[in-house]
Design a protein around this ligand. Structure first.
Ligand SMILES: C[S@@+](CC[C@H](N)C(=O)[O-])C[C@H]1O[C@@H](n2cnc3c(N)ncnc32)[C@H](O)[C@@H]1O
Length: 235
């Protein structure tokens, strides 16, 4: 029985990445795994997955607040501005979510899964992985008191030589938006963290923000600007 993440379906770029992984890759770590959107595609392909999050409800299930479902969602158009955009909070309802562990049990995929409830940057596992994957996690408020360089080093230090670091990362809607913390990368900024011993295989950054409808943990419609990077650790 296939289950669904409360964060929606994985993007096609994930399957593209998995399908091109070399044969020596076995151990994958997902940092900020939530209820498993990025975990299941690896498990279903037979990889060993260490899934890490600080959010107990996302890992083991419980109640979350979700915007009440709307029949039609009006897609807002992004308007460039130098002041912080404010969006109205929409009405929400409490919903029960399964969480990663129950989803994995339902899909009979627990044998290759190791769930760790921890803050990855303050209390990381003491082993490294063939693939470290994180999607839009490092800009979370809990991480903002930790210097970006320390965060990037912690991620990179947990990758084996010959392994890969994949990151979806958030950018300020415009580079000039200085109310966004350092943990939102400005254009081309991320490259500086991969100058020594790393090879960037892919890096794409959006020029324009994209609309995202209100969702769990974010009850107002909003915009995001994303970047994507895949790098290999050579030494
Ligand atoms: C935007 S959610 C994305 C979830 C998942 N990547 C997805 O799209 O389905 C980011 C997740 O990262 C987790 N996170 C943020 N900072 C973390 C930290 N320091 N250690 C572990 N998890 C963290 C949050 O709890 C959240 O579940």
């Amino acid at each position: 029985m296939k289950t669904k993440s409360c964060w929606g379906n994985p993007p096609s770029r994930l399957y593209h990445f998995i399908n091109r992984l070399p044969q020596h890759i076995h151990d994958v770590c997902i940092v900020g795994c939530s209820d498993g959107k990025f975990v299941f595609p690896f498990l279903r392909k037979g990889y060993r997955v260490t899934a890490i999050d600080i959010d107990k409800t996302a890992l083991y299930g419980g109640m979350k607040q979700r915007p009440i479902e709307r029949k039609k969602i009006e897609v807002l158009k992004y308007v460039s501005s130098n002041t912080k955009p404010q969006y109205d909070q929409l009405p929400t309802e409490a919903v029960q979510i399964d969480g990663l562990w129950k989803r994995c049990k339902k899909e009979h995929l627990t044998s290759n899964l190791n769930i760790i409830e921890t803050d990855f940057y303050r209390d990381p596992p003491n082993k490294s992985f063939d693939v470290l994957f994180t999607s839009c996690s490092l800009q979370y408020k809990t991480n903002r008191s930790i210097p970006l360089e320390y965060i990037m080093n912690t991620l990179k230090n947990h990758v084996e030589i010959g392994g890969f670091l994949y990151m979806d990362y958030m950018m300020p809607l415009e580079d000039t938006h200085n109310w966004k913390s350092d943990h939102f990368f400005r254009s081309d900024q991320i490259k500086q963290f991969f100058s020594n011993g790393w090879e960037i295989l892919y890096n794409r950054e959006m020029h324009r923000p994209i609309f995202e409808a209100a969702h769990i943990d974010r009850p107002e419609d909003h915009f995001h600007r994303f970047g994507y990077i895949l790098a290999r650790k050579n030494v």
